[in-house]
Design a protein around this ligand. Structure first.
Ligand SMILES: NC(=O)c1ccc[n+]([C@@H]2O[C@H](COP(=O)([O-])OP(=O)(O)OC[C@H]3O[C@@H](n4cnc5c(N)ncnc54)[C@H](O)[C@@H]3O)[C@@H](O)[C@H]2O)c1
Length: 392
C-alpha cells in the first residue's frame, strides 16, 4: 500500500488553497495512518495565483496550464478546485490519464455533466472524492450513529436548508457563480448539492420532488476576468450584466422510506451567513444541527421524566467520530477547515487502500438525479420522480 500520494491541485482560489493546506495537515492530524500526500504541482490560469500557491503551500512546481498537472508523472491524484465549467474537461482528461480524482461540488454544471464525469471515472477505475465536507462534522457523524442505532425510532420528517447571504448585496460582482455558462445551475447545484447529500447520508434515497425557484437580483456589476471572487464588490457606477441562474430553490420531497421532507437554499437571503442545517424527527426523538454552530448537536431523546422534554445541546467531544484528531477534551470548537482535513484524509486513505469511499462520484450522481427531478418539476409544475440520468 503506497502511503505517499502525489497530488496536483487545479484552481488556486479559495478552495484550491483550502485543499492544499488540508493535504499538508494529513500527516500531522492522522499521523498513525502513515499517509503522506505530497504537493507536486498546482495550476491556476492566473499566473500570480499559481505562483503564490506554490510558494505558500510548498508545491514543487506551478503552471498556468492544467494539462501539465495531469501529465505530470509524479501526480497520482488530481484535485479539481476550478470553477464548475472546467470540471468536465479536467475530470475526463484526468480519468483518461489513469489518475484518481477529487472534485469540488457541484461535480458537473448540470446533472447530465455530473453523470458523464462519473461514467468516465468509473470506466477508468479511478478512486473519486467529492467536497461534501459538512458530512464530516463530528456531531453529524454521531447523529448518523444515533439514527443507525434506532435512537430516533422510525424516521418521519426531514428539513434541510442552506441559506447564505454572500450574494445579498446587489453590488456583489457578477462572478462565475451567477452565470449559467460558467456555473451551470445556481443554488440548485451549488448549495442544494450539500443539502441533498446530507439528507441522503442521514435518511436515504429520495423518491419524488416538486420545487420552485426565483432569481431575486437579476443584474450585477461586471468584474474583469481573474480579478474577483464572489466576495468582491462593485458600486453604483459599475457596468452590470445579467444573472443567468437561480438565487433561490425550495423543494417538497418524499423519501423512499416514507419520510416527508422539505429543502430550501438561497444565496441572497439577509441574516443567514452560512446556515447549512437540518432537522430530523422520528417516532422516539429528534435532532437538529446548524453549521453556524457546528460543534453542537441539538438532541431530543425523551426519557421517563417529562421535566426533561425538549431539545438539549450536546457539545462535540472526543468520542464523536474524528473529533479526537483535533482536540483532547470536550467542547473545544473545531472549524470548517478541520472538516476539509478529514475529507483530505478520507480521500488519501481510499487511494492508499484502493477502496472507494463515500462521498465519491456515485453519491454525486445520486444528488444530481434529485436536482434533475427538481428542474423537471419547474417545467411541468408537478411532482417528478427521481430517476436515473440517461447517459449521453
Ligand atoms: N465544498 C465547499 O464548501 C465549497 C466552497 C466553495 C467553493 N466550492 C467549489 O469549489 C470550486 C472552486 O470554487 P472557489 O470558491 O474556490 O472559486 P474561486 O473563484 O475562489 O477559485 C477558482 C480558481 O480557479 C482558477 N481557474 C479558473 N479557470 C481555470 C483553469 N482553466 N485552469 C486553472 N485554474 C483556473 C481561477 O483563476 C481561480 O483562482 C467550485 O466548484 C465551487 O463550487 C466548494
Amino acid at each position: 500500500m503506497a502511503k505517499t500520494i502525489g497530488v496536483g491541485v487545479i484552481g488556486m482560489g479559495w478552495m484550491g488553497s483550502v485543499h492544499s493546506r488540508s493535504y499538508r495537515a494529513v500527516p500531522d492530524r492522522f499521523a498513525d495512518s502513515g499517509l503522506k500526500p505530497r504537493l507536486v504541482i498546482c495550476a491556476d490560469e492566473v499566473e500570480s495565483r499559481a505562483q503564490q500557491g506554490a510558494k505558500q503551500f510548498g508545491f514543487d512546481a506551478c503552471t498556468t496550464d492544467w494539462k501539465q498537472v495531469i501529465a505530470h508523472p509524479d501526480v497520482d491524484a488530481i484535485n479539481i478546485a476550478a470553477p464548475n465549467n472546467q470540471h468536465v474537461e479536467i475530470a475526463t482528461a484526468a480519468a483518461q490519464a489513469g489518475k484518481h480524482i477529487f472534485c469540488e461540488k457541484p461535480v458537473g454544471r448540470s446533472p447530465q455533466e455530473t453523470a458523464a464525469i462519473a461514467a468516465a471515472a468509473h470506466k477508468a477505475g479511478a478512486i473519486t472524492g467529492v467536497g461534501y465536507n459538512y458530512r464530516w462534522a463530528p456531531v453529524v457523524q454521531y447523529a448518523l450513529q444515533l439514527i443507525r442505532d434506532g435512537a430516533l425510532g422510525q424516521l418521519t420528517h426531514y428539513r434541510g436548508r442552506f441559506l447564505v447571504d454572500y450574494g445579498s448585496d446587489p453590488h456583489g460582482v457578477l462572478s462565475w457563480r451567477f452565470r449559467r455558462e460558467l456555473a451551470g445551475m445556481g443554488t440548485l447545484t451549488d448549495l442544494m448539492s450539500h443539502a441533498v447529500d446530507m439528507a441522503h447520508m442521514l435518511v436515504g434515497p429520495i423518491q419524488r420532488v416538486v420545487g420552485q425557484h426565483k432569481t431575486f437580483i437579476t443584474e450585477r456589476p461586471l468584474v474583469p476576468a481573474g480579478s474577483g471572487t464572489h466576495f468582491s464588490r462593485g458600486d453604483d457606477k459599475s457596468p452590470t450584466g445579467p444573472v443567468t441562474n437561480e438565487d433561490y430553490v425550495g423543494v417538497l420531497a418524499q423519501f423512499q422510506s416514507g419520510v416527508v421532507g422539505t429543502f430550501e437554499t438561497c444565496r441572497v437571503i439577509k441574516g443567514h451567513g452560512c446556515e447549512m442545517a437540518f432537522e430530523l424527527n422520528g417516532t422516539k426523538g429528534a435532532l437538529k444541527w446548524n453549521f453556524e454552530r457546528m460543534n453542537e448537536l441539538q438532541l431530543h431523546l425523551p426519557d421517563d421524566n417529562p421535566a426533561h422534554d425538549g431539545f438539549q445541546i450536546l457539545p462535540a467531544a472526543p468520542n464523536h467520530p474524528g473529533y479526537a484528531r483535533f482536540n483532547p477534551g470536550p467542547a473545544i470548537s473545531m472549524s470548517y477547515e478541520d472538516l476539509k482535513v478529514i475529507e483530505a484524509y478520507q480521500f488519501a486513505n481510499s487511494i492508499a487502500n484502493r477502496r472507494q469511499g463515500q462521498p465519491g462520484f456515485a453519491e454525486a450522481v445520486a444528488v444530481a438525479e434529485v436536482q434533475d427531478a427538481v428542474a423537471r418539476s419547474w417545467q411541468t409544475d408537478r411532482w417528478e420522480d427521481v430517476t436515473p440520468i440517461p447517459s449521453t
